[in-house]
Design a protein around this ligand. Structure first.
Ligand SMILES: [Zn+2]
Length: 333
């Protein structure tokens, strides 16, 4: 999820009224998808990156057919198909799609690709979120809150996994790994092992402070754990496709991971000093990271994400101990 107006467009104007009041101030004009162009860029080996509107797509193109990571918005599916064909590598269809998470700007095209013959795969939590719909947001009292309606069965993954799945296609092993309690509770990252390309979904974004969907089981602890795991497991010359923004290096992923750790430590310290969320906002505890503050996730919204990741609210606020907070992913259930 990047911008609220993308959701407005995806949901249609009628249901846009369901946006919660705090969000409407951020909402902009619905997007005209007829104006969106899909840019396709070769990354390495068989892997390409597609950028249009919504999350970045990774595609493996080859003799075995096409494998996609994420699908952007349904109205863009014909343009995405045209861009894939235009690469001139294969005229075979999209056989498999993996969703990195359930937000509409990454999964709204599912039904269109399924109708064209693709098999959709995802973590089991993602399927549940898509099927049931959700109020996406950055936790109790948070300033970001957007409804995503339940999706029809045509849009749902027909193959689900827990920890992950491997797919052998176009001469390489494609490793799909579930990352628990990160951007949501249904995230996956995808590593193309011969091409050495990694798609991180919205666990890694380049528009500034990331959005963490605490309402759907996301947590900053899980975001950090996922980045740490990717940095430890995959080669240093891996090219990284973020959920949004330009292609990155592992060093850029490492710098982002460090920012998550440093900001989390600052909020953890303020919590241990007995500060409330309001006091932390007043004292601008994230001031040293101001350059990451954006229009979608500004410093206060990110502070809410960190605070709600670190604090479990069960009846009354309970502050997790340092060890507990550092090692244990927060869940909303
Ligand atoms: Zn998202």
């Amino acid at each position: 999820m990047r911008r609220i107006f993308l959701f407005v467009a995806a949901m249609g104007l009628a249901s846009a009224a369901t946006l919660i009041a705090t969000c409407t101030a951020r909402a902009q004009q619905p997007q005209d998808f007829s104006k969106v162009e899909i840019k396709i860029t070769k990354v390495s080996g068989s892997v390409y990156m597609l950028q249009g509107s919504g999350g970045n797509i990774a595609a493996s193109l080859g003799d075995d057919g096409i494998f996609l990571v994420d699908t952007e918005y349904a109205p863009l599916a014909p343009k995405i198909q045209a861009a894939l064909a235009g690469a001139g590598i294969t005229n075979k269809p999209v056989r498999f799609v993996v969703d990195t998470h359930f937000h509409a700007d990454h999964s709204n095209g599912n039904a269109a690709f399924a109708a064209a013959g693709a098999t959709i795969l995802a973590n089991e939590n993602l399927r549940k979120r898509l099927e049931e719909g959700s109020t996406i947001g950055n936790g109790p009292g948070g300033s970001i809150s957007v409804k995503q309606p339940p999706q029809p069965k045509e849009a749902l993954p027909i193959v689900t996994y827990g920890d992950g799945v491997n797919i052998f296609l176009n001469g390489e092993k494609i490793e799909v790994q579930h990352m628990p309690a990160a951007h949501t509770d249904g995230d996956s990252v995808v590593f193309f092992s011969t091409s050495k390309v990694l798609h991180m979904g919205d666990i890694f974004v380049r528009y500034g402070f990331p959005f963490i969907d605490v309402n759907d089981g996301g947590s900053v602890q899980g975001m950090i754990a996922a980045c740490d795991k990717a940095l430890a497991e995959f080669p240093p010359d891996t090219q990284v496709i973020p959920g949004h923004g330009a292609l990155a290096t592992m060093d850029e992923l490492r710098a982002y991971d460090q920012m998550l750790k440093d900001t989390t430590a600052a909020v953890q310290k303020a919590l241990m000093d007995g500060k409330t969320l309001a006091q932390m906002k007043e004292e601008k505890v994230l001031a040293p990271w101001q350059k990451y503050s954006g229009t979608f996730v500004n410093s206060d919204a990110f502070l809410e994400e960190l605070f709600n990741s670190l604090v479990a609210r069960k009846g009354k606020e309970k502050v997790l101990g340092e060890t507990e907070a550092a090692g244990k992913p927060f869940t909303c259930s």
